[in-house]
Every structure is written in C-alpha cells, then in structure tokens.
Design a protein around this ligand. Structure first.
Ligand code: ZN
Length: 323
C-alpha cells in the first residue's frame, strides 16, 4: 500500500484501507496486502524486479500495454507489428501452441482468461489448444455440472467491467474446475481487474482485488501441493503484461501505462517449483526481460521452444531452474 495514494482522492474508504493494509514500514504493508506472495513465494520461490535492491525486470516491447505485452510473454518475440489492443490475429508461434504439439502434451494445454482478446493473441484457429476467455461458456457434454453453474453465473453477474471482460473470480473458478476435472499439464490463468480499477482511479478496489488474487494463488498452490498428480512436479510462474506509472508525488501517473507514462515498462515476476532454487527476493544487479519467459517455461518442461519457433526468441533465464 502506497500511503500517498491511500491518502489521496483515489481512495474513497481511507479508513478501511488503512485498517487492512497499513503497517509500520513497507515490508509490513506488503505482507498484509499479499501474504502468499511475500510469505510462501518470497521464501520458497524467487521474486524478481525489486529495483530498490538493484534487480530489474522489464518488458522489451516499446508499447507498454496489453496485447504487445502478452505477445512478448508467449512468443518470446516483441514483434513491432503487435502494436494494438484491437483483435488482430497474431501471426507468431507461441510457446503454449508449441507445447501442445509435443509428445505427451497434446490436448493437455489450456488457458482461462478474463479479457476476451486471448483467442486472437494465441491465434486459436491455428494453435488448437483450449482458450476460454471473456464470457465464453465452457461446453463439453461430459463436463461436470459445476461448469453449467459457472456458465449460468457469468451471465447473471453484473458486468461492471463491460462486455469484453469477465470478473476474475469467474475465470479463476472455471480454471480450477478445469484443472480438477481434466488435469492439464500446462494451464494459463489470466486476470484483469487490477488494471481496470487502476484505469478507473479506484485505489481501494485495486488493492482489494490484488489481495483477493493473492488468495487465489495461495489456494492454487495448496491445491497443487495436495494433489498426487501435480505435487512436486509443478512450477507456478506469475507475472503481468506491463507496469504502471509512478504513484509518488502527485500519484497522477499511477492510473496509466503506455509509451507516454514513464516507468510503465518496469515489471516483476515470481516463480516457485521443484526445479527452482529457493532464493526468495532476488537482489543481484541483473536485468531480465519478458521476451525470455517463453524459452524459460519450455526449458522447465525439458523442451526447446526457441529451436522450433519461426521467429527470434529471447534466451532462457538461467537462474529460474537448476539444470
Ligand atoms: Zn491497462
């Protein structure tokens, strides 16, 4: 919790926000806001991007908004043609599509997303893995009844983020139900609400959503650890598609991101899993880029996306997984 923003016109319930997330110092405040992130991930995993410690994580595309950001993460290639959030079809091979074609992974890759743009970003007509996004129903005649309930619920819930973006709890519950019933080997879950509330200038909603999504991650990790199918052979990788402007001084740059918003290329990522040394918050003066994630993820699975892709791919981050 940034106290300047919590005391600003961007926060309506100042008392409630202070009660929940205030603390003696920045470390106390961050632990209250994101207990799983700073507890489990910060002790048993790796956290990259704390610039106060000299560690930097950035996007390398020059646009600092969503479609270019997701293209960079999943193709490893910050293609300058991917420069819009409009529904253009992505021509570049992505790492999920590549994994879904490898032996033992066919039909075992899936994505659940709040934003409706992912079928274009992943080019589903070509790539062929399951992408459920926006207000798409999950349709499988053999699916458990819980999917029917979630399909019904997402039509009834107030569309407070408009017609193109589903609330994150629906995306999360669908993804968890899918994981439980279909046991995918690679699952991507994409949230959206923090970005929406920041654009609206609602700092309390922004923090409350971040806190809830930390709880989703905690539940997901507990599920993985308790499942004989996933336990001790599953890596959780968490990141975002871009940064935001600074909340310091006036705070007015916090709501935005993009080329005209300084520092919104600055991001972070977290990783935890059986191949990842537990170094916690990384304080080495290195800089990582999101174009390196696709190859890093393929290497964790013993695959080599870079050798198969039809375009350049950023190198794997060597510290994420032991050889
Ligand atoms: Zn945004």
């Amino acid at each position: 919790m940034d106290t300047a923003l919590a005391n600003s016109r961007y926060t309506s319930d100042k008392k409630g926000i202070h009660n929940k997330y205030d603390g003696a110092n920045a470390k106390d405040r961050r632990a209250k806001l994101l207990p799983f992130f700073w507890g489990t991930l910060g002790q048993q995993g790796q956290l990259y991007g704390n610039r106060d410690l000299g560690n930097m994580d950035e996007i390398s595309n020059p646009y600092y908004f969503s479609y270019p950001g997701y293209n960079e993460i999943f193709t490893g290639y910050p293609d300058p043609r991917m420069n819009t959030n409009n529904g253009i079809l992505n021509p570049n091979m992505n790492v999920l599509e590549y994994i879904n074609k490898q032996n033992g992974f066919q039909g075992k890759v899936a994505a659940f997303a709040s934003w409706e743009r992912f079928p274009m970003i992943f080019n589903v007509a070509r790539s062929g893995f399951l992408v459920n996004s926006g207000f798409m129903d999950f349709l499988d005649p053999n699916a458990n009844p819980r999917f029917n309930f979630l399909n019904k619920l997402q039509k009834e819930v107030p569309k407070i983020l408009g017609d193109s973006t589903r609330l994150d709890f629906l995306t999360y519950e669908m993804a968890m139900n899918y994981m439980n019933e279909y046991k995918p080997r690679v699952l991507y879950i994409s949230f959206d609400e923090t970005d929406e509330y920041a654009h609206q200038g609602h700092y309390d909603n922004y923090l409350n959503t971040a806190h809830q999504e930390d709880a989703f991650l905690n539940e997901l990790w507990n599920y993985i650890q308790a499942s004989p199918f996933y336990n001790n052979k599953t890596t959780l990788f968490i990141t975002c598609d871009h940064g935001r402007g600074s909340g310091q001084n006036t705070g007015d740059r916090w709501t935005d991101h993009g080329k005209g918003t300084p520092q919104s290329n600055q991001t972070w990522f977290a990783v935890i899993g059986p191949d990842t040394p537990a170094i916690g918050e990384v304080n080495t003066p290195t800089k990582t880029y999101h174009k390196q994630f696709a190859q890093t993820l393929s290497q964790v699975l013993g695959l080599n996306f870079g050798a198969a892709a039809d375009h350049e791919v950023g190198a794997a981050i060597s510290t994420v997984a032991k050889k």
